[in-house]
Ligand binder design. Structure first.
Ligand code: ADP
Ligand code: MG
Length: 254
């Protein structure tokens, strides 16, 4: 499998007037093309910092991050899509205008791009809401719109920072299922950070467990469900609780 992302001994500290806060230390892992990696760890352990480094917003203080073998920070982050906890859809734009925002800003809004995005809206059940405002959508539909907006830029790597944590429990299960299925169908590579172990097991092909701050890798657990299972089906599979318990045990050892 082709290596998309490599982290070699990555470390990062925040420097403020109050002093230095080491956030991450000695992080090593590889993400292959098409893989879905989940990262779990306690609150404040450096998960968001890790995604900021992977997106090229922050430069590693120690070590290096390579995207297709080239230093990420120098190469730039044009091929990386970032999806956050809040969907940041603009109320003054329609759903369609929201999902086309990225290509519009980058001056890449061609007829072909419009068609591609329309097709995604159709495939993922939002086409009939294309002229609606974000406030007319359910929480789950908004998150789907936010994902389509991210996909409209055709990113090679998707970074997801606790994207379901603002949703109620019921919705997060179905939206997690939706988003996981879409990412797989579009053959994207994804790194999802979450503090929800069940979410990590339902979506990840590997789960990276971080220790308390400064986050270091405690363990990397391969998750071996049949590829045909959707995230919701995984939750009902007998192995689910074994993986969950394994993660739970690891997390309590950090
Ligand atoms: P997580 O996403 O796992 O909750 P973060 O990556 O947001 O953790 O933060 C890791 C640590 O770094 C925390 O202790 C946090 O307080 C600190 N931190 C995060 N951002 C900043 C910043 N801009 N300046 C100083 N400290 C920060
Ligand atoms: Mg965070």
């Amino acid at each position: 499998m082709e290596k998309l992302l490599e982290l070699h001994s990555v470390g990062y500290s925040y420097h403020t007037l109050q002093g230095e806060t080491p956030a991450l230390s000695n992080i090593n892992f590889t993400v292959h093309r098409g893989e879905f990696v989940a990262v779990v760890g306690p609150s404040g352990c450096g998960k968001t910092t890790l995604l900021s480094l992977l997106s090229g917003l922050l430069e590693p203080e120690h070590g290096s991050i390579l995207l297709y073998g080239q230093k990420l920070f120098e190469k730039g982050s044009g091929t990386i899509g970032y999806m956050l906890q809040h969907d940041h859809l603009f109320e003054w734009r329609t759903v369609e205008q929201n999902v086309l925002l990225g290509p519009e800003i980058q001056k890449k809004l061609t007829a072909r791009k419009r068609e591609e995005v329309s097709d995604m809206l159709k495939t993922y059940g939002l086409y009939r809401f294309k002229d609606a405002r974000p406030s007319q959508l359910s929480g789950g539909m908004r998150q789907r719109a936010a994902l389509i907006r991210t996909l409209a830029l055709n990113p090679e790597l998707l970074l997801l920072d606790e994207p379901f944590s603002a949703l109620d429990y019921q919705t997060r299960l179905t939206v997690g299922d939706d988003i996981g299925t879409i990412i797989k169908k579009e053959h994207k590579t994804a790194v999802l950070v979450t503090h929800d172990l069940a979410e990590a097991v339902s979506l990840g092909e590997r789960v990276i467990i971080l220790t308390k701050r400064p986050g270091t890798i405690q363990n990397i657990i391969p998750i071996g469900f049949p590829a045909s299972l959707s995230p919701l089906e995984r939750r009902n599979a007998p192995e689910f609780k074994d993986y969950f318990n394994q993660l739970w045990k690891e997390m309590n050892e950090t």
